[in-house]
Ligand binder design. Structure first.
Ligand code: AR6
Length: 173
């Protein structure tokens, strides 16, 4: 089941929430800031361990940590591309960010996951284009993996993204 919700991803009860992180994994603004703030220091501690092992997270890839105090078990941190007029493989990298989160979810037997609108804030990816890529990545995954993940939720923070996703998925607001 694919759902769209308007709200704050740190409040959603699912097994895994996705973070729109940066390559350092050390936190930042936007949804990344909110997740670290609400989840507490155990998330950062695990991010630091991953950094010392593999030096952060590349654009389009994903890593997993505890969700600390959040109402979820895991945070899957992915790094979306910074939008630069589309000439730097941004569309493909955004698709990879979504699909690598889903692959990591399967590896960890996760059956419910919520996504923020990766790259559409500070990284300035055009929202409609990003939504189409996100939906394509998820529907491609569901086609291949059927019901492995039972609930996939797009959590939209701003009205514009909420309207775009509701329209693209034909969901009544
Ligand atoms: N819940 C759900 N969505 C949110 C929340 C929230 N609490 N807060 C913001 N959003 P952004 P990016 C939405 O900027 O563009 C950080 O500094 C927001 O409206 O969080 O991938 C990282 O460390 C937007 O639609 O992430 C990186 O340096 C979406 O989340 C950089 O920002 C993504 O916006 C990543 O930039």
């Amino acid at each position: 089941m694919i759902q769209v919700i308007k709200g704050d991803i740190t409040k959603i009860e699912v097994e895994a929430i996705v973070n729109a992180a940066n390559t350092s994994l050390l936190g930042g603004g936007g949804v990344d800031g909110a997740i670290h703030r609400m989840g507490g220091k155990s998330i950062l501690e695990e991010c630091q361990k991953i950094r010392s092992k593999q030096g952060g997270c590349k654009v389009g890839e994903a890593v997993i940590t505890t969700a600390g105090k959040l109402p979820a078990k895991f945070v899957i941190h992915t790094v979306g591309p910074v939008w630069n007029k589309g000439g730097n493989n941004e569309e493909h990298l955004l698709y990879s960010a979504y699909s690598n989160c889903l692959k990591l979810a399967i590896l960890n037997n996760i059956t419910s996951i919520s996504f923020p609108n990766i790259s559409t804030g500070i990284y300035k990816f055009p929202k409609e284009k990003a939504a189409k890529i996100a939906i394509k990545a998820i529907t491609d995954f569901v086609e291949i993996n059927h019901n492995a993940i039972k609930r996939i939720i797009f959590v939209c923070f701003d009205d514009e993204n909420y309207t775009i996703y509701s329209n693209l998925l034909n969901i009544e607001k």
